[in-house]
Design a protein around this ligand. Structure first.
Ligand code: FES
Length: 115
């Protein structure tokens, strides 16, 4: 006996049960500058632009450090090999590069570099 089309969709989860989308928040110290939904695959700089916040950039390839920000909360994975714009000490201080860093889940970013 085969299942009817109705029984195949009976267990579908209603859209209203979806978890809320992750959010990236941009701060300067204690001041919230803006926030928007995390768009997987987009960089911190692209998210900032979507929030109406302009982060300075130069090389846009992780080399110069111009776009350096501070990760306050959440996860922005690093490449296996640190790019020239970062070093171990900066990473320990929370530094991320906005031009190549892609947030994963809820993230808080201070637009100021840690140094
Ligand atoms: S703009 Fe040069 S490291 Fe990001």
């Amino acid at each position: 006996m085969s299942a009817s089309p109705a029984s195949l969709t009976a267990d579908a989860t209603p859209e209203t049960d979806n978890p809320p989308s992750p959010v990236i928040r941009f701060l300067r110290g204690p001041h919230l500058l803006g926030q928007c939904a995390v768009n997987p695959g987009e960089t911190i700089v692209e998210h900032a632009e979507a929030c109406g916040i302009r982060l300075p950039t130069n090389c846009t390839s992780g080399t110069c450090g111009t776009c350096m920000v501070s990760l306050i909360l959440g996860e922005v994975p690093l490449p296996e090999e640190l790019p020239p714009g970062l070093d171990d000490w900066l990473v320990e201080e929370g530094a991320r590069l906005g031009c190549i860093g892609k947030p994963r889940g809820d993230v808080d970013i201070d637009i100021r570099p840690p140094i």
